[in-house]
Design a protein around this ligand. Structure first.
Ligand code: SF4
Ligand code: SF4
Length: 382
């Protein structure tokens, strides 16, 4: 069986020439761009934007990475577009804050429509057979994914597989959280999106990653590497090894292998480029245990509700903007204004909370942290 190839390219900064050279060499090592894209094809680049933030915060894929891959695609004669769908607000606003708009304009690449979408049936899905996918993805010949390596409270890390969740327009994403609450089943759904869209190539920005309270409120962490592969499961597995996290614990790994999306097994992955050992950083701040399943009987669910990590608002940072309340998919809402009072920070109703952490990842003030109750440390491996 042919191994999945993953290129690791050292890149010490976001200097545009350095990033371009690293990306070009890394793509060449796995077959060259002409192997993935033909002249004249319409290709959409999918960076991780989440909610636009200035590049130094490491929330979004860096503009230099978008520019490098855009340039490589233009050299092969592709028509290049880009986009992502944040849960709140229009993509146009977020790309400006993230510096991506300027980078795209310098290169002459246009924003694709990630605000509206159409329903698509996925007959071979593991778990979810219907998706609404952004028009900007459906109306192109192919997608190239540009994930950012960050911690994530639901799936531990967000990387190559998770990046395509942003192909679902806007707030429709939260409906998936409500429908599929178990993190392992949710991860199977993420795999389904990838087997539906079939991105051609994945180029991960791990030059400066995000550790801690990701994917929006964590801290930048320099890892100094770009990872490139056509196998997102293998790419994520290699990223896991770099941050000293067992790839088997990443909840997309096993369903990704089961669905034929790729492999997380080291013996089935060929590493190219720079030595992985020169990037491994055990000090990367993240939870190194698999996410707990929400499956189980009523008593277990009752106990888990009181022990699973929960979002907590730092009232001093809260500006009462209401984003968390608007986004919460629970019915009735699990974070809401107390007696309708919008002059005080919202309050949580943990019994209703499905632990999707949409509030935490979308708070514009970084006022929400995910904290583990003391009982959780005792009862559950979380
Ligand atoms: S999203 Fe953040 S800042 Fe806005 S109301 Fe909620 S906790 Fe406060
Ligand atoms: S309160 Fe936060 S974590 Fe709980 S269901 Fe609502 S958005 Fe999800």
């Amino acid at each position: 069986m042919e191994k999945s190839k993953v290129s690791l390219m050292r890149c010490e900064s976001y200097d545009e020439t350095l990033v371009y050279n690293a990306a070009k060499k890394g793509v060449d090592l796995i077959g060259g761009i002409a192997h993935f894209v033909k002249p004249g094809e319409k290709i959409v680049l999918k960076p991780n934007i989440l909610l636009g933030a200035e590049p130094g915060k490491c929330v979004c894929t860096h503009p230099s990475v978008l520019k490098a891959i855009g340039k490589i695609l233009k050299e092969v004669g592709a028509n290049v577009y880009y986009g992502d769908s944040p849960s709140v607000g229009k993509c146009e606003w977020h790309v400006g804050r993230a510096g991506l708009k300027q980078a795209a304009e310098e290169l002459g690449i246009k924003l694709a429509d990630f605000n509206q979408g159409r329903e698509v049936v996925h007959k071979d899905a593991l778990i979810n057979k219907r998706f609404v996918i952004a028009n900007g993805v459906l109306d192109t010949d192919g997608l190239i994914s540009l994930p950012k390596l960050k911690t994530h409270q639901l799936t531990r890390l967000t990387g190559a597989v998770k990046n395509q969740f942003g192909c679902i327009p806007g707030i429709l994403k939260t409906a998936h959280h409500l429908k599929i609450q178990d993190p392992h089943e949710f991860s199977s759904m993420l795999v389904d999106i990838n087997t539906l869209i079939k991105p051609r190539l994945y180029i991960m920005d791990a030059i400066n990653a995000m550790e801690g309270n990701g994917p929006r409120s964590g801290k930048p962490k320099k890892l100094g590497v770009l990872l490139i592969s056509s196998d997102p499961v293998a790419l994520d597995a290699v990223a896991c090894r770099i941050v000293a996290f067992d790839p088997e614990m990443l909840p997309t790994s096993k369903p990704g292998k089961k669905a034929g999306l790729g492999t997380y097994l080291a013996e089935e992955i060929e590493l190219l480029g720079d030595d992985i050992n020169s990037f491994i950083d055990p000090s990367f701040d993240m939870k190194r245990k698999p996410p707990a399943s929400v499956a189980g009987g009523p008593f277990l669910r009752f106990l888990k509700n009181r022990t699973m990590p929960r979002p907590v608002i730092d009232e001093a940072k809260c500006t009462k903007c209401g984003t968390c309340v608007n986004l919460c998919p629970a019915k009735p809402k699990a974070v809401d204004w107390k007696a309708g009072d919008k002059k005080s920070p919202p309050v949580y109703h943990y019994k209703r909370c499905i632990r999707c952490y949409c509030c935490q990842e979308s708070c514009p003030e970084e006022a929400i942290a995910v904290k583990e109750p003391v009982l959780g440390k005792i009862f559950f491996r979380q």
